[in-house]
Design a protein around this ligand. Structure first.
Ligand code: FE
Length: 341
């Protein structure tokens, strides 16, 4: 008698294992991410709560992740690649890493110019001009073209021209105005440099504030981060600078994106598409905005970020994101040719 009960229990136990074991195997998503923002934790755990899908995350530097996925080849466990910069996403596309995704949700939520057939933008950051208050007359600084004006000789600080943020900006100038004008612009900016390019965007903001130069470019999320900082020194830095939304009468401010796609070799394709769709949800869009100071790509999402609010409304360039990749190589050649390192 005792044995029979034991067998029954064992049977139930095995059945339970089998039932929980099968879906458990599918409820995983391998995410390769070059986003390195602490606030993204909440973004991922919300997805797991909603779907029961556990995210196994591998973080790495942008270009290293691309290489890694390529080297892993058909055996890559990667389902989704998330990274920053449109030109880099285009590079992943050109390397043949992404699989096409057809999703009514993504098509409905993400504006057409912010997606391609296989990768999608989920947040935006604008490249704005900052200047030291009092050092430049605001009416002299309305466009990216003004950065190349001889008026600013010796007054411009810059991060390396090879950085994707600058390459994508020049790519947008090539797309709008052609190579010759783009080269002229790059030449003008080099001539205006106050020092050889170094540091990141935050360093340029600090340098402008400290009076080492009068003008620089920076992505808005670095600015917003400092505006919201608890550190008194950061707020002092911000007090001394002003922000210009470039090209508001023309093409609009250059925007870059963070985005991602499903990998061709994804072992969990269904979960991967679900994850991309989740990133376009109102909640996820709010995480990008409130957590990392980026603008949502989905229209009408209500955000509660005092820094984004303070930066105000602006006209964004509506160039298709894919075209930034198209001109990235040309942008690098032009920067090299004019000696913008
Ligand atoms: Fe960045």
């Amino acid at each position: 008698m005792k044995h029979r009960w034991a067998f029954r229990l064992l049977g139930l136990f095995i059945a339970a294992l089998w039932v929980s074991g099968v879906p458990a195997e599918e409820k995983v998503l391998n995410l390769y991410s070059a986003r390195h923002y602490q606030t993204d934790e909440a973004l991922y755990s919300e997805f797991t709560q909603r779907t029961g899908i556990t995210i196994r995350r591998i973080e790495g530097k942008e270009d290293e992740l691309l290489e890694r996925i390529r080297n892993e080849g058909a055996n890559s466990p990667a389902d989704v690649l998330l990274t920053v910069d449109a030109a880099r996403l285009s590079a992943a596309h050109e390397m043949g890493l992404f699989a096409p995704v057809k999703s009514a949700v993504l098509e409905r939520r993400i504006p057409a110019h912010l997606r391609t057939g296989d990768w999608f933008s989920f947040s935006m950051r604008a490249r704005v001009i900052i200047y030291a208050k009092g050092a430049v007359r605001p009416e002299e600084l309305r466009t990216y073209a003004d950065l190349a004006d001889p008026r600013l000789r010796g007054k411009v600080c810059s991060r390396s021209a090879s950085h994707p943020y600058n390459l994508s900006l020049l790519a947008s100038i090539i797309a709008h105005e052609g190579e010759a004008r783009a080269e002229q612009w790059a030449r003008g900016v080099v001539a205006n440099l106050a020092r050889s390019p170094r540091g990141g965007d935050t360093d340029q903001i600090r340098a402008v504030s400290a009076g080492e130069c009068a003008v620089a470019l920076a992505n808005t999320y670095y600015l917003a981060r400092m505006m919201r900082s608890e550190k008194a020194e950061d707020r002092k830095v911000i007090e001394r600078i002003a922000v210009v939304w470039p090209d508001q009468q023309g093409n609009g401010a250059h925007v870059n994106v963070s985005g991602g796609g499903v990998l061709k070799t994804a072992p969990h394709r269904e979960a991967a598409v679900k994850f991309l769709e989740y990133l376009a949800s109102d909640e996820a869009q709010r995480y990008f905005a409130d957590g990392n100071n980026e603008w949502p790509v989905v229209a009408g999402v209500k955000v509660a970020n005092p820094a984004l609010e303070a930066l105000g409304k602006f006209k964004a360039d509506s160039l298709p994101v894919g075209s930034l990749g198209t001109y990235r190589a040309k942008a690098q050649i032009i920067f090299d040719r004019v000696g913008y390192r």
